[in-house]
Design a binder for this molecule. Structure first.
Ligand code: CA
Length: 352
């Protein structure tokens, strides 16, 4: 029997559709973090678990932590080169290769986490990020925020600018350059050696993240002044996807991947908020002598001045960086009045 051509076409289309429904896509993701570094590694794990469930097992993402691939700061290169399909890291790690990637993590005195998410998803931030990353042949997405990071643990109280002169402190990146401008002796020490360095006075101060991650490092046992944040108000982690890999995925899996990354990012922010609250509750109960301090105005003003000068000199070298910074500045100008009259005043008038 000869089937009409129309029927043959429909049957073959159905076959192709059901075949592509069954095809399993396996991607490999490399993280900057070790296998147990919560909450950072959890963001990548949650994303992969959601993608697997939502796709009914058609999208499988295998995660290699840094102990596996041994290149924690080489994620962009590995994803760009196709050695990995995806990465989970932080955009400011690539500032040496491409300075315009710096602001997508966090900028000193920049956006808070809610402001930054609003900027990414509704204020043009995500589009700017794709533009910056297009030359690296990868797509980049928010990967989870630590929220505001603390200014660090200090062994002595900092009252004047003179107290900072010659102070040995671990504070990396752009913020480190600002501190160096104020006379701080900025020292780079591997994370595993920080506790001993602080204990043996090879360091007078250091910044890490916030209570959620600081508690496991034990700094609160040897330094009793905990300064509030200014330098990383909303550090956003980052998912990177090789563009070719992404384009090869069927449209529904692309959407599942996009949604999984977005939800995992929000979830890390919530998870870390809870971890911070829990850790601080314990630290302040176990170590009641720890004093939370904010840098005096004289120091804050000097930091702001150094920050402005550094940004101006870097922006002069990169129009792309200037475009991102200008976009963030314009967003702060618009959003900060609302942040102030909503959460800030509500909390100020309702301190427990
Ligand atoms: Ca930090």
């Amino acid at each position: 029997m000869k089937l009409p051509i129309k029927v043959v076409l429909i049957v073959s289309l159905l076959f192709t559709a059901s075949f592509s429904q069954e095809k399993v896509y396996k991607l490999k993701l490399a993280t900057t973090w070790g296998p147990t570094l919560s909450p950072l590694i959890d963001s990548a794990k949650n994303m992969a678990a959601m993608a697997k469930k939502m796709s009914n097992g058609r999208l499988i993402i295998k995660i290699d932590a840094s102990n596996k691939h041994k290149a924690p700061l080489g994620i962009l290169d590995m994803v760009k080169g196709g050695h990995y399909d995806m990465g989970h890291s932080a955009s400011y790690y690539w500032k040496g290769k491409d300075i315009a990637t710096l602001p997508f993590t966090s900028m000193p005195f920049g956006l808070t986490a809610p402001e930054q998410y609003a900027w990414f998803y509704y204020g043009g931030g995500l589009e700017l990020m794709q533009k910056v990353y297009s030359k690296h042949k990868v797509l980049s997405f928010p990967g989870g925020s630590t929220g505001v990071q603390m200014g660090g643990w200090f062994k002595k109280e900092i009252k004047t600018l003179d107290d900072l002169k010659g102070l040995k402190m671990r504070i990396p990146g752009f913020a480190g350059e600002i501190m160096a401008n104020l006379g701080v002796q900025v020292t780079n020490i591997a994370p595993g050696e920080l506790y001993t360095a602080l204990e043996r006075n090879n360091l007078d101060a250091l910044e890490w993240v916030g209570p959620s991650m600081d508690i496991n490092m034990g700094f609160h046992k040897i330094a009793s002044f905990y300064y509030t944040g200014w330098h990383e108000p909303a550090s956003e982690m980052q998912f990177i996807v090789n563009k070719k890999t992404f384009n090869k995925l069927p449209a529904d899996l692309q959407e599942i991947l996009r949604v999984s990354m977005r939800l995992a990012a929000y979830d890390m922010y919530a998870q870390n908020y809870d971890m911070n609250a829990t850790a601080w509750d314990k630290i302040k109960a176990d170590f009641p002598d720890i004093k939370v301090k904010t840098f005096p105005k004289e120091i804050m003003d000097a930091m702001k001045k150094a920050n402005k000068e550094l940004r101006t000199s870097l922006s002069a070298k990169s129009f792309e960086l200037k475009e991102v910074l200008d976009s963030q500045d314009a967003y702060i100008k618009k959003a900060r009045a609302w942040s102030q009259m909503s959460d800030f005043l509500y909390i100020k008038d309702n301190i427990q």
